[in-house]
Design a protein around this ligand. Sequence first.
Ligand code: KG4
Ligand code: ZN
Length: 407
Amino acid sequence: MKILSIETSCDETAVSLVEATGDFPNAKYQILGNALFSQIDIHREYGGVFPSVAKREHAKTLVPMLKKSQNANLKSQNYSEEVKNDVRVLLEREVGMYEELIEYVENYEKPAIDLIAVTAGPGLEPTLWVGINFAKALALLWNVPVVPVNHMEGHILASIFKTNDDKSGNTLHSNGGLADLQFPSLALLISGGHTELIKMNDWPLDVARSKQHYEKIGQTRDDAVGEAFDKVARLLGLPYPGGPEISRAAGEARSANLPEFHKLPRPMLDSDDLDFSFSGLKTAVRYAIEGKELSEEDKQAVARDFEDAVVEVLLKKAERAVNKYDIRSLILGGGVSANRQIRDTFASFFASEHPELNLYLPDLKLSTDNSIMIALAGHARSSKALAPTIEALSPLVASGNRSLSEE
Ligand code: KG4
Ligand code: ZN
């Protein structure tokens, strides 16, 4: 099955073409095309993601990303006025997108795809809508069904997925390794919008639901961990997105063995639950530096102190959940799982304290938002695809707060 996947939940515009041979989770996957445009440079000016700007950029970039992911031959194609009119109505609010899309589909060979997978949530509603309407338009034009995908399920699958880069930079693999996952699993999802612990009891296959596949057993009560990284970076005058900047600065502090700048709190470390809180930690950083003239080294030390506090809390809560639920596989997913210190600390801790546990860390290229993860989740959910008619597709809507435990 060939899957065209689309991701626009935040500030990455991504389109991929993935071939799955076999049924989920036993399939072999081959990535035939992968195009991603990051809007980071555009948002950096504002110090964060501006939904209306992000929406406009997605609308401008989706057709070029589609074209790049397909590598299709030139061949003129005809579409009925009726279908074109439906597509025009669908794309009414995305300036210029209708014309650009029609020009593309009329001049390039229609791809042999079986399914379109698109992120329906969670994410920013205005940006989700652009991807969803684009997916619906392609479905109508090419007569291909569409499956809505949960972004967080995508992060989980991308973390489990084993990649194997060939020399051309395409990821090929004999087996995505998904079928090897041992349950119960625990996913610690850490991104710009989420911090949650999800217990996975089984794959979300379309069998009669005897038990809940995903259970949310812990979550942040305020800021997401990625948000805390971004806000602390801002306090230190580092550019957006702050995660990689903090990580780099903290690395410098560790190599230089800089002394502690300020003892930061470990919020909710010993609370009797699996919840998190990061807004107090951010405030503690603010108080620690307020009114001070910080040298480069001071900033590096603060970044390291902050990172140490985050890592300690994440690790302790993950360990508590692993023990409580007899977890067999621990999955780190979401953009913050690209963090070196988090990866190294989890790897060494669980290797020594829980050698029986399988730890899954995403390939760095798949840890932040991408569309390969959406193709994997689309494959897992392919039986839920909606037929390519306006009526059948109408339930597919953007849902900013779509929770994984309700899937
Ligand atoms: O999953 P993602 O790409 O988008 C969301 O779904 O939110 O995550 C983005 C978040 C941002 O907050 C970014 O600062 C953070 O991931 N991030 C990192 C690192 N790379 C990205 N945080 C810490 N260390 C990193 N190396
Ligand atoms: Zn994400």
